[in-house]
Design a protein. Structure first.
Length: 566
């Protein structure tokens, strides 16, 4: 079961915090941070981290800093900074009056690097990147010391200052920590602390700097300067924790935060690598970072996923140290559960077939009442116009059909949702033999009443041809056709993009919606009865038509496919 908004689920991180508070550690404070790199849009895995870090701060009456890890200006820009802030807000979290940036600490980071040099714990190295990798060794063999490791403190200080002044080109020199080239943990084999980056304009500091600190140096210092108590990150940083501690143990920072690792979120039918998501955007496989098929928070927002459902999903999957892959159906079912309760109902005909009700008076129209939600009277009612010409869905008609077909058949009857019983009297076809129109009759005594002695097999939805609103509808499905595109690519020796689902988007351009939807606002969500849940897109389609995105189907159509190994 997921948690509600005030009762947090138990997990091992909360046990650690509870023990710290009981022991009086950190004066009982809880201070976390969410430190994204602004080099792309956030995805559902980041949502898990956002909900965890901000949720802990909320539940323990602590603080959570939003801090941008902006130490690689080649890939970072203000667009990503703004998008990340939008995502955090959309999920329902805030960060007070201040947004933090690692670049806020560039001066202090530089001074701490000088401190390490002065202590003989850092040196300037002239090895190329390729040579550095060769000297590092392997998991089974120790590394070799750089020939520049024995430089004097004075020489290292001079060279580092000249790096800062811009005397050397990119790649000519780096600053490395002097730790242990024989360490079984490769992260401790004299890791790089600073590298040279010319010709870039940083979105916060402009052209002030031409050397930039590495993440493993920047992150622990930023945590300490901000007074973070619990530095929570994903499991891939577990082997980096000794370096995190080494940095803080060897410089004069005010405190020493505790790094705690948890398992990252892996989601079926998606890729979570930011590099691969960038490829999908740059190579045109999707419309952009906010394409509703993307696992990005922006894509889910545009698709119509409610933020409460995303938070609930993050609660349901829990916080553990065990790597696992979450079924896409769990996310979709969480969205369904939310929308089933909160989404008002409307009628929409996605494949219009014209119906002329010949015994209904020409020029007449009447307003029929319909509940906005069958289980929630508080959502009220709306009126649906009914007239002589309507549209039904072509899928709801068959000239001949098996007994189990409970919709409209030539010569048969069906009830129109919220309206009358009609009978199909005549089928009109074009020259190609395709059904283009139905001539029907209605029983005026069947409004809201079951006709006595007549068996009406089914109920179908409809829209007034005179009053309906034309729209474009986009039927989104899973972006990949296999549950593990990375694994399938590795197994079959293919590119992961070869497993993109060709049916991940179907666009219907001539749909008819009941007129109450004409006044919908961007982002509003409805259940299109018998079709699924849909969200109004901020963009417009051809001819200025509104675009409605399918958020999720009414039921999980992939379950059988997945059970069969599809």
């Amino acid at each position: 079961m997921g948690s509600n908004e005030t009762t947090a689920p138990t997990n091992f991180i909360r046990h650690i915090i509870d023990a710290d508070i009981a022991a009086g550690k950190n004066g009982g404070r809880v201070a976390t941070r969410f430190p994204p790199e602004p080099n792309g849009y956030l995805h559902i895995g980041h949502a898990k981290s956002i909900c965890l870090n901000f949720g802990l701060a909320r539940d323990y009456q602590g603080t959570c800093n939003l801090r941008f890890d902006d130490t690689n200006p080649h890939k970072e820009n203000q667009e990503f900074v703004s998008a990340i802030q939008d995502d955090v807000r959309w999920l329902g979290f805030g960060w007070g009056d201040k947004v933090y940036y690692a670049s806020d600490y560039f001066d202090q980071l530089y001074r701490f690097a000088v401190e390490l040099i002065e202590k003989g714990l850092a040196y300037v190295c002239d090895l190329s990147a390729e040579e550095t990798r060769a000297y590092r060794g392997t998991l089974t063999e120790p590394g070799r010391e750089s020939p520049y490791r024995s430089r004097s403190v004075a020489e290292n200080l001079d060279l580092f200052q000249r790096m800062r002044a811009g005397e050397f080109p990119d790649g000519a020199r780096v600053l490395r920590a002097r730790i242990d080239m024989a360490s079984p943990n490769i992260n401790l084999r004299d890791p790089t602390l600073y590298r040279i980056r010319h010709g870039v304009v940083h979105h916060q500091t402009g052209a002030e700097w031409c050397i930039y600190p590495m993440y493993d140096f920047t992150h622990p210092i930023s945590d300490a300067l901000e007074g973070i108590t619990h530095s929570i990150c994903t499991l891939e940083f577990e082997d980096h924790r000794p370096l995190y501690d080494w940095v803080l143990d060897n410089i004069s920072v005010p405190c020493h935060p505790q790094q705690i690792e948890f398992s990252r979120l892996n989601l079926q039918f998606a890729v979570m690598s930011k590099r691969k998501l960038t490829q999908l955007v740059d190579e045109g496989f999707v419309e952009g970072w906010n394409d509703p098929r993307m696992p990005t928070i922006a894509g889910m927002r545009r698709r119509g996923y409610p933020p409460a459902a995303v938070r609930e999903f993050c609660d349901r999957i829990g916080i553990t140290k065990a790597d696992n892959t979450v079924e896409m159906s769990l996310l979709e079912n969480t969205v369904r559960d939310d929308l089933n309760v909160h989404a008002p109902r409307r009628m929409a005909v996605l494949h219009p077939l014209k119906v002329v009700i010949e015994n209904y008076p020409e020029g007449q129209a009447e307003e029929l009442p319909a509940a906005n939600h069958p289980q929630d009277p508080a959502l009220g009612e709306r009126s649906i116009p009914f007239c002589r010409e309507i549209y039904i869905d072509a899928e709801d008609f068959r000239e001949e059909a098996p007994a189990k077909f409970k919709r409209l058949v030539a010569g048969g009857e069906v009830r129109l949702r919220y309206a009358y019983v009609i009978r199909c009297d005549q089928v009109i076809k074009n020259a190609q033999g395709e059904v283009i129109e139905l001539r029907c009759s209605y029983d005026p005594d069947t409004l809201g009443v079951n006709p006595e002695g007549r068996k009406i097999k089914g109920v179908i939805h409809w829209v007034s041809a005179q009053h309906g609103a034309e729209a474009e509808v986009r039927l989104y499905d899973r972006l990949f056709s296999v549950a593990n595109p990375d694994g399938a690519a590795a197994k079959e020796g293919k590119d992961y993009k070869e497993f993109i689902n060709p049916d991940s988007l179907r666009t219907l351009t001539a749909c008819m919606l009941e007129p109450a939807l004409a006044g919908a606002q961007s982002g509003e969500l409805f259940q299109f009865e018998r079709e699924g849940y849909f969200c109004l897109d901020p963009a417009q389609g051809a001819g200025g038509k509104p675009i409605w995105n399918r958020t999720v189907t009414l039921r999980d159509s992939w379950t059988k496919i997945e059970q069969q190994g599809g």
